[in-house]
Design a protein around this ligand. Structure first.
Ligand SMILES: NC(=O)c1ccc[n+]([C@@H]2O[C@H](COP(=O)([O-])OP(=O)(O)OC[C@H]3O[C@@H](n4cnc5c(N)ncnc54)[C@H](O)[C@@H]3O)[C@@H](O)[C@H]2O)c1
Length: 267
């Protein structure tokens, strides 16, 4: 019988930031199902433990790492630890992120710095740390969570929108810089998805506005984003780099929705 270390050495390894919740956790579930070893990194230690218990995989298939992605030294340390624990890192998914409601007139600088620090600088630091290991093996997949808000902004989300616009440009820059090293870098831009983040931020007015503006007339589910990420993390996407994959039920394709009675999804 193969021992655990040898067995895991043959498997792909994915480091997922923000892996304790929402889209990061859904991605972990999907990748575990695909036979990938998953390193969940998140700032919330208690949530991490719950996430790992829910995945309930034997051996070292799932490990957890407490990490604040805004701390450059911690990012280096945890990435090196994941590399030491598994021997290689094949996939990085940057899903650590926060949102904040504030307009350009009232958004506090502290909130601006926090949102940019986690969503944009955190993605940059993690991509840099993981890519340095991936470059040695001349292969890797990096998938960054952007948002449709990075291109079509919403009311009162000045810091969040700016951070996600930055992530879109960051992913493309990384794609170009890392192509010679066999590493692909893409982003996924979800529309509104049912996660703890949206549950805490979207009141009834926002929920109704979203459903009315979305051709598929609903929020997306976390596993629908995870499936898109899994494609970009797989060998099937080997010639796809610098791409942003929008997962939004048609929301950003629709300028105006009218004659709603012809849409059987709306009663
Ligand atoms: N849910 C949506 O509708 C939606 C839509 C578009 C984009 N996104 C993006 O997808 C990503 C995941 O969102 P989600 O809905 O799963 O949110 P979530 O709140 O459920 O999960 C985010 C995770 O990031 C972690 N995190 C926060 N700050 C951190 C830090 N400094 N270091 C490490 N981990 C940290 C949180 O603890 C949490 O577990 C975010 O970047 C978000 O902006 C979400």
């Amino acid at each position: 019988m193969m021992n655990k270390a040898v067995e895991n050495a043959a498997k792909k390894v994915a480091l997922i930031t923000g892996g304790a919740s929402g889209l990061g956790f859904a991605t972990a579930k999907r990748l575990v199902r695909d036979g990938v070893c998953v390193a969940l990194a998140d700032i919330k230690a208690d949530q991490l433990a719950k996430a790992a218990a829910t995945l309930a995989m034997p051996g070292d298939r799932v490990r957890t790492y407490v990490l604040d992605v805004t701390d450059p030294a911690a990012v280096q340390r945890v990435t090196a630890q994941v590399h030491a624990d598994y021997g290689h890192i094949d996939i990085l998914v940057t899903s650590a992120g926060i949102s904040y409601q504030g307009t350009v007139l009232d958004n506090p600088l502290e909130a601006w710095n926090r949102v940019i620090g986690i969503n944009l600088t955190g993605s940059y630091l993690c991509a840099q740390a993981a890519a340095r290991f991936m470059a040695e093996r001349r292969k890797g997949r990096i998938v960054m969570l952007a948002s449709i808000t990075g291109q079509q902004v919403w009311s009162g989300r000045v810091a969040y929108a700016a951070s996600k616009g930055g992530v879109l440009a960051l992913a493309k820059s990384c794609a170009i810089d890392l192509a010679p090293y066999g590493i692909t870098v893409n982003s996924v831009s979800p529309g509104p998805i049912r996660t703890p983040q949206t549950a805490s931020l979207h009141n009834q007015v926002i929920q109704d506005a979203i459903r009315n503006a979305t051709p598929m007339a609903r929020y997306g589910e976390p596993d629908e984003v995870a499936d898109a990420i899994a494609f970009l993390a797989s060998d099937d996407s080997r010639f796809v780099t610098g791409h942003d994959l929008v997962v939004d039920g048609g929301l950003t394709s629709a300028a105006i929705l009218y004659d709603l009675k012809t849409n059987p999804l709306r009663n």
